[in-house]
Design a protein around this ligand. Structure first.
Ligand SMILES: Nc1ncnc2c1ncn2[C@@H]1O[C@H](COP(=O)(O)OP(=O)(O)OP(=O)(O)O)[C@@H](O)[C@H]1O
Ligand SMILES: [Mg+2]
Length: 359
């Protein structure tokens, strides 16, 4: 999997551009607030239509413009493919190889990538919602069906929570609760099964990468922490009185967590800054490895602002491990040891190839 070119018009602060990256390592550098992350975000959107910064469409269109358009040519399944995305007044138009698509979701699994951005650093110390979001978004790329079950689960959960509140005023509605419980369990158990199966593949690879990154100083364990032990239905039923009181559903995958332990201790409480960074990197490298198996090709890797705070040994491990993939690396200046690669300078939304800019 690799990007052949990106063209952009009216996207964030990027000027009209045509970007043709190197097939291996791409170093994208420039001062703060010039458009480096925007450039990665533009390419990332083709993995399924969602920004890794959680941005809304209205934020993606350049201030004062009505429309943003992006086109990505990429090499996959032994041929060149082309995807286009137009954002305009809250509506999107996606096409893949000239064929209009119903939504960004149709692109999932066609252009595969993994992204590491500074926002992900709070994965270790932040709340369970962030860790679930990591699992869910990784799973959506690996198993497009997962997204559909996830959406049904969310919908059912919202309905059940609304009903819990209604029952306080209309006790006769209590009889209908079991219908929602049954549905919630059906989708919920499926989500948990998928998450556990995914983690079984991810965990050993993440542990191996953590060992490599940290020089084997301590072991990383990654595991699933469910909010229920055996049967979701039984525990949901047992928690009914409590749920009716609070108006919220206390059992189910929306309350589960991704457990992380370092040298046997919960990483959430004890991991240092450097260890947190290494854990997230190990998880991302493992995500890339699992994705490579499911999509049959090595995914593109976007590393936003990662290198600057890693020591030389960790930088070296990372770049060595990523060899053989197309990688986009942003930073403000420090560039890792030379080798074959593309270098691009970003300034005020313009991207220029460095060797061309040099006298
Ligand atoms: N819709 C938009 N229209 C115009 N400009 C925007 C829009 N959205 C974001 N920007 C601007 O784009 C600029 C560059 O953002 P970006 O996050 O890509 O910077 P960066 O080069 O990654 O910087 P840093 O090194 O600090 O991470 C920001 O100053 C921001 O204000
Ligand atoms: Mg940035």
């Amino acid at each position: 999997m690799r990007v052949l070119s990106l063209t952009a018009r009216g996207f964030r602060n990027l000027g009209e551009l045509r970007f043709e990256p190197h097939e291996g390592l791409n170093v994208v550098y420039g001062k703060n607030a010039q458009g480096k992350t925007n450039l990665l975000e533009a390419m990332w959107l083709f993995t399924g239509g969602r920004s890794f910064r959680g941005a809304k469409d209205s934020e993606l269109v350049r201030f004062g413009e009505e429309e943003a358009s992006l086109a990505l040519s990429f090499f996959s399944q032994e041929r060149e493919q082309k995807a286009e995305l137009v954002l305009r007044a809250g509506a999107r138009r996606f096409t893949l190889n000239g064929v209009p698509q119903r939504s960004g979701a149709a692109l999932v699994g066609r252009f595969c990538a993994v992204v590491f951005s500074p926002e992900h650093l709070s994965l270790v110390k932040g709340g369970p919602a962030e860790r679930r979001a990591f699992l869910d978004s990784a799973l959506c790329q690996v198993r497009p069906q997962y997204a559909a079950v996830f959406a049904r689960y969310r919908h059912t959960l919202n309905q059940r929570n609304a009903l819990l509140k209604d029952i306080a005023r209309h006790p006769e509605l209590l009889d209908t609760l079991s219908i929602w419980d049954e549905r919630l369990c059906r989708y919920g158990e499926q989500l948990v099964r998928d998450r556990k199966a995914y983690l079984e593949r991810l965990a050993p690879i993440a542990a191996k990468h953590y060992e490599g990154i940290s020089g084997g100083r301590e072991a990383l364990e990654v595991f699933y922490e469910p909010s229920f032990r055996e049967s979701m239905a039984e525990e949901l039923f047992a928690a009914r009185r409590e749920d009716l009181r609070s108006g919220h559903t206390s059992v189910g995958p929306h309350r589960d967590d991704l457990g992380l332990r370092l040298a046997g201790a919960p990483a959430r409480m004890f991991a240092s800054q450097g260890q947190q960074r290494s854990i997230v990197l190990a998880l991302k490298l493992a995500e890339a490895a699992v994705l490579a198996l499911s999509c049959g090709e090595e995914p593109v890797v976007f590393l936003d602002d990662v290198l600057s705070e890693l020591d030389a040994g960790r930088q070296e491990y990372l770049l060595r491990t990523l060899g053989g993939r197309q990688v986009f690396l942003t930073g403000c200046g420090t560039i890792p040891p030379a080798g074959e690669r593309g270098e691009f300078h970003v300034s005020q939304g313009a991207v220029s190839r460095e060797d061309a800019a040099r006298p």
